[in-house]
Design a protein around this ligand. Structure first.
Ligand SMILES: [Fe+2]
Length: 177
């Protein structure tokens, strides 16, 4: 069986699980499956013409609520920054809307740990929060939803390494057809 077929099959599995709302790090078995899918995606990426690899989508999860207050800080302990870019040529997307939500220090979701912010004219953003504790067997993570006119909405998650006080995460969006 040729490798391309395997990659496509694993890619299909990935999309199926994403539709089911299962996070890519939800279970070790799923993680293994998706790691293989990721390997396939990586291989396919090298053959396409996109210079800027789109940020992989991740599960929205059950704790998203719209219209979070506009703010760039919901706590202390971790600073996440990055640039919102287009996959066409990596150029910044000024004014992109970024929503973040994470568990508070007690490991629970609440309205005090949700925020809406906007990328500046260089596409840059900075978000300060507590370090999100792991919960229900999941690694620490910050949920993110990014919307910008002319681009597909991106829902993803950022996974900080344990003990890190800073992190960088560029958000690469795909233009609408
Ligand atoms: Fe979560």
């Amino acid at each position: 069986m040729n490798r391309l077929f395997l990659y496509i099959a694993f890619g299909f599995l990935f999309l199926t699980f994403a539709d089911m709302g299962i996070s890519r790090r939800e279970t070790p078995l799923l993680g293994l499956t998706l790691a293989m899918a990721g390997e396939g995606a990586k291989s396919i990426q090298t053959t396409n013409t996109e210079p800027c690899k789109p940020t992989p989508p991740d599960a929205l999860g059950p704790f998203y609520t719209p219209n979070a207050p506009e703010r760039t800080s919901v706590g202390k302990g971790h600073i996440l920054s990055g640039v919102v870019r287009t996959s066409v040529d990596c150029s910044p997307i000024a004014g992109a809307r970024i929503e973040c939500w994470l568990t508070g220090p007690d490991g629970k979701y609440d309205d005090d740990h949700r925020a809406t912010m906007f990328a500046d004219k260089e596409g840059a953003y900075k978000f300060e929060s507590n370090f999100p504790p792991p919960y229900s067997g999941r690694p620490s993570h910050i949920h993110m939803k990014i919307t910008a006119k002319g681009f597909r909405t991106l829902v993803t998650q950022y996974y900080p390494d344990m003990g890190k006080t800073e992190g960088e995460f560029d958000l690469v969006l795909i233009p609408v057809d």
